[in-house]
Design a protein around this ligand. Structure first.
Ligand code: SF4
Ligand code: MG
Length: 334
């Protein structure tokens, strides 16, 4: 596989009256061509700000203060707004959680899709219309010509999300960033939308970054998982490895709080405590106030993100010296 996106040591800070807020604090990861990567973590861990940084959508008082975002021959952190805007939609597209707020209520779906197509491809009105209708068909919208001439409010939430996906993909982007794309939808529609994204990935070979707080949705559709906590990556690895044997106590906690389809009766354990405010980060390991395994060292010293094996990294003192004491610890705390 070859490299499409290379995020290196990204820091995105917000400067407010109450001080500096390190929302994204030294994040590194890569996405290969056609790969589907999930960024998971609770709200407030920096997932969305990471994607906004890639899209060039960080607004004052936020600012990228360090790091590189390499995409093809470009470092996105160094590009002018105008250049980024050109890339956005053409090579990188984004879909958001609530499509009603991203679609303009005053214009028909078709108008918005064809405008997007006309903006990025040099085609006339008629051709843009045909392409737009074809995209609607591709994302599984029935009676696509009628939908094309409808207003957003005339469609259901699931249909609107399909329209957003059609719009995002209408210019054949190399990378699609989907930020909680199914959260506002009911479970059946969620599954359909994820299924659809997966199918389109296979057809169009678009790489996808799927941002979600719900580990349940990633298992079936992603190749790799990046777990973020308090503005940092705490674990990353292939989806099978990570699901079979999560290393970081935070990832373990997330998995325990995710319902499994065939284990509905099992009581879900939420992770105790809450995500720290970035302006008031705990010393040492940022997860230590919530971690059932915290040791003295964890309170004093911050662990590094460490390569545990090929393509697998974890940030935790328990994994600092090779394979781990975690199983023993688990027996003790059980
Ligand atoms: Fe828990 Fe310590 Fe690992 Fe942090 S470094 S996750 S506190 S065991
Ligand atoms: Mg978010």
């Amino acid at each position: 596989m070859n490299l499409l996106l290379d995020v290196k040591g990204l820091k995105t800070y917000f400067y407010t009256e109450s001080g500096k807020i390190p929302a994204v604090d030294g994040v590194s990861f890569q996405v290969n061509k056609g790969e589907v990567v999930a960024i998971v973590g609770e709200s407030g861990c920096g997932k969305s700000i990471t994607s906004f940084s890639i899209m060039g959508l960080v607004k004052a008082p936020g600012k990228i203060v360090d790091g590189e975002i390499l995409f093809g021959n470009h470092d996105l952190t160094k590009m002018k707004n105008k250049e980024i805007r050109k890339l956005r939609g053409n090579e990188i597209s984004m879909i958001f959680q609530e499509p009603l707020s991203s679609l303009n209520p005053l214009f028909t779906v078709g108008f918005q899709i064809s405008e997007a197509i006309k903006l990025h491809q040099k085609v006339g009105r008629k051709e843009a219309r045909n392409k737009g209708i074809e995209m609607l068909r591709k994302v599984g919208i029935p009676r696509e010509e009628k939908v094309y001439d409808s207003y957003p409010h005339e469609l259901s939430g699931g249909m609107r999300q399909r329209v957003m996906i059609a719009m995002a993909l209408s210019c054949n982007p190399k990378l699609l960033i989907a930020d909680e794309p199914t959260t506002a939808l009911d479970v059946t529609i969620q599954a359909q939308i994820l299924q659809l994204m997966k199918k389109l990935r296979d057809e169009l070979d678009t790489a996808i970054i799927l941002i979600t707080h719900d580990l349940g949705v990633v298992a079936e559709m992603v190749d790799r998982v990046i777990v973020m906590y308090a503005g940092q990556v705490v674990e990353q690895g292939g989806v099978f490895e990570l699901f079979a044997d999560p290393k970081h106590p935070y990832t373990k906690g997330l998995m325990k709080s995710t319902p499994k389809i065939n284990e509905l009766k099992e009581e879900l354990q939420a992770i105790r405590g809450t995500v720290p405010t970035p302006s008031d980060m705990p010393k040492g390991c940022r997860f230590h106030p919530r971690c059932p395994y915290a040791m003295k060292k964890c309170i004093q010293q911050e662990p590094n993100l460490r390569e545990l094996k090929v393509n697998y990294q974890v940030r935790c003192w328990l994994h600092e010296e090779g394979e781990v004491v975690l199983n023993e610890l688990e027996e003790r705390t059980a």
